[in-house]
Design a protein. Structure first.
Length: 254
């Protein structure tokens, strides 16, 4: 089982990228589990027809100890196993604590043993990399971290902070930084700016994803691009990203 965490600033395109990546991985025959770790709880929306699925935190609050896997997991397009950690009531509680509770519950319910996902992808908000939001980096929850960024200052600032957080745990052999995913916003010199950042962070840009209105078109249909427009150039880009992730998985196993 390979576990990857995809971090990035809010609104940068994490969920879009992660959902398309999950769907692309599923198209290659992989069993994929996608876990949304953003209080927005819309990570898996485009895999389940544009609706929202019950969050783990909310379900735990309602059903407590009687919560079952079927209450919190929805099988989405391509068989992707979809989960959302959820978030606290605004102004009360800790979002990071929610992520921890969600992870603990998945372990208690033996989610990984029962469904045997080959690839688990955590879609994590990276604006604040506090202890809670760093949870997917800790204690072996993820092997590798990828950061979605554009060339905008604020998203590169967040990327830099996330990379620092990853390094905090690297000496304990937890997660390592796999690279940056450049989700373009078409700003001036974007490629050069993100290339410079990757050098500063001692990593590389593993995928360039252009800005493309087909993403919204698919979103309006409640679908990923890979599901709705499999022959489009954009689907090929997400498939390409999936192949890179699979290749790394195979290389690491050697
Ligand atoms: P995040 O999960 O980082 O908060 P989302 O994935 O929800 O961000 O994306 C925010 C918005 O940006 C969405 O409306 C999505 O359609 C759009 N978007 C993301 N990536 C692209 C892209 N490559 N081209 C066009 N629109 C995109
Ligand atoms: Fe929780 Fe992080 Fe918010 Fe602190 S900053 S309350 S640890 S989510
Ligand atoms: Mg999101």
């Amino acid at each position: 089982m390979k576990k990857i965490a995809i971090y990035g600033k809010g609104g940068i395109g994490k969920s879009t990228t992660v959902s398309n990546l999950s769907r692309a991985l599923a198209a290659t025959g992989k069993t994929v589990m996608q876990i949304g770790c953003d209080p927005k709880a819309d990570s898996t929306k485009s895999l389940v027809g544009g609706k929202r699925i019950p969050t783990i935190l909310h379900t735990l609050k309602e059903k407590k100890k009687s919560t079952k896997l079927e209450d919190i997991m929805v099988v989405g397009d391509g068989g992707v196993l979809c989960l959302e950690a959820g978030g606290p009531t605004p102004g009360i509680g800790c979002a990071g604590r929610g992520i921890i509770s969600a992870f603990e519950l998945l372990e208690e319910l033996n989610a990984y043993e029962i469904y045997k996902p080959e690839i688990v992808i955590y879609d994590v908000l990276g604006d604040v990399v506090c202890g809670g939001f760093a949870m997917p980096l800790r204690k072996g929850y993820s092997d590798e971290v990828f950061i979605v960024t554009s060339g905008e200052m604020m998203s590169m600032y967040a990327a830099s902070n996330i990379a620092k957080a990853v390094r905090q745990f690297s000496n304990r052999e937890y997660a390592s930084l796999g690279g940056l995913i450049l989700n373009a916003k078409n700003i001036e010199n974007e490629g050069e700016l993100v290339k410079k950042l990757s050098t500063e962070l001692d990593t590389s840009i593993i995928q360039y994803i252009p800005r493309n209105p087909i993403v919204q078109k698919a979103e309006n249909l409640g679908k990923t691009v890979v599901e709705a427009f499999p022959d489009d150039e954009m689907s090929k880009i997400y498939m390409d990203l999936a192949q890179k992730i699979i290749k790394e998985e195979n290389d690491n196993e050697k």
